[in-house]
Design a protein around this ligand. Structure first.
Ligand code: SF4
Length: 282
C-alpha cells in the first residue's frame, strides 16, 4: 500500500559516480561491440552495472587465466606492476582505466620504497586497490585497524600513504601514532576528496532526515562506509535497488534522504528517487 503521509525525498549534494569511476565507465563504453573485451575483475562494485556490461559483450574475468586473447581493461582501482607484466606476457592489449588519483598513490609508494622508507599503507588488506598499491613496494605493510600498529617494529624511516577511500580522521590518528615508530616519518595524504565529499554531504543530510537510504553494491566498501556513518545520525538502510527496500519502513517517515556510493550510476539513483516519490503519491 502506498505511503499516504507527506513524505519528501532529498538527495545528498554529492552522491554516486566519482570522477575515476565515471572515467572508467566512459573508457569501457568505447569498447562496446568489440570482440574479446574483458575487465579484470568487476569494473565497479555494482552488480547491476556489471550485468549491463555483460549484456553489451564486456566480459568480467576474475582470473588472468580466464583471458585468452583480446583486450583487458584495468579498472579504476588499478593493479600492481607485476600484474601488468603478467598481462603483457600473455600478449593482451591493456586498456588502462586506473583512476589517476590511484596512479598517484602507486608513484608515491614506489618513490618512498626507492628512497629507503618502510612503506605503510592505511587500507583494507584484501581490497584490490590496496593490493595494487602494495605491489609498488618490496615490503609494504598494510594497517587496517589502528590496533594493528602495536605489532610494528621501529624503523629509521617510515613513509605513510592511504587507500584513497579511507577516512581522514583515521589517517590522522595513524600518522600521529607512527611518530613513535620512526626517526623520520614522511606522510602523503592520498585520500581522495570524492570520498570525503560523499561522506560529509551524506552525514549532513542524515542529521536532518527521518530515514536515509544508501544506494549501492553490497560489495562496495565506500557505500558500506556511507551507511555506517549515516546510521550514527538517523535510521539508515543500505539497498542495491528499490525492490530491495522493505516498504513498511517508509510508513511513518516524513523526510527521507538518499545518498549513493561512488560506484552507483545516476540511472539507479534517479530510478530510486522516482519510485520513492510515486510511492508517496500513491
Ligand atoms: S574514489 Fe577517488 S580515487 Fe577512487 S576512483 Fe573515485 S575519484 Fe578515483
Amino acid at each position: 500500500m502506498a505511503n499516504k503521509n507527506k513524505m519528501k525525498v532529498y538527495l545528498a549534494e554529492r552522491a554516486g559516480f566519482c570522477f575515476g569511476v565515471k572515467r572508467a565507465m566512459d573508457i569501457v563504453s568505447e569498447l562496446e561491440g568489440e570482440e574479446d573485451v574483458y575487465t579484470f575483475g568487476p569494473l565497479i562494485h555494482n552488480p547491476q552495472v556489471v550485468e549491463k556490461l555483460r549484456q553489451k559483450g564486456i566480459k568480467c574475468a576474475e582470473n588472468i587465466k580466464d583471458i585468452v586473447k583480446g583486450k583487458v581493461v584495468i579498472r579504476a582501482h588499478g593493479v600492481s606492476p607485476r600484474t601488468i607484466q603478467e598481462l603483457k606476457e600473455l600478449k593482451l592489449k591493456i586498456v588502462d582505466a586506473t583512476c589517476p588519483y590511484v596512479k598517484k598513490v602507486h608513484k608515491l609508494t614506489k618513490k618512498l620504497d626507492q628512497e629507503g622508507y618502510q612503506v605503510i599503507i592505511l587500507g583494507e588488506k584484501e581490497h584490490p586497490e590496496v593490493i595494487g598499491i602494495k605491489g609498488n613496494s618490496e615490503n609494504a605493510i598494510v594497517i587496517e585497524k589502528l590496533e594493528d600498529i602495536e605489532s610494528l617494529k621501529s624503523y629509521s624511516k617510515i613513509g605513510l600513504v592511504s587507500q584513497t577511500t579511507q577516512s581522514k580522521d583515521k589517517f590522522k590518528l595513524l600518522s600521529d601514532k607512527l611518530t613513535d615508530y620512526a626517526d623520520e616519518l614522511k606522510v602523503y595524504n592520498t585520500i581522495c576528496n570524492a570520498t570525503e565529499q560523499r561522506q560529509k554531504t551524506a552525514v549532513k543530510l542524515a542529521k536532518q532526515m527521518d530515514l536515509i537510504i544508501v544506494l549501492g553494491g553490497y560489495n562496495s566498501g565506500n557505500t558500506r562506509r556511507l551507511a555506517e556513518l549515516c546510521s550514527k545520525e538517523t535510521e539508515t538502510v543500505h539497498i542495491e535497488q528499490f525492490s530491495d527496500l522493505d516498504k513498511a519502513i517508509l510508513d511513518d517517515k516524513e523526510k527521507v534522504g538518499v545518498t549513493a556510493g561512488a560506484s552507483t550510476p545516476d540511472y539507479l539513483i534517479e530510478d530510486l528517487i522516482q519510485k520513492l516519490e510515486s510511492y508517496t503519491v500513491g
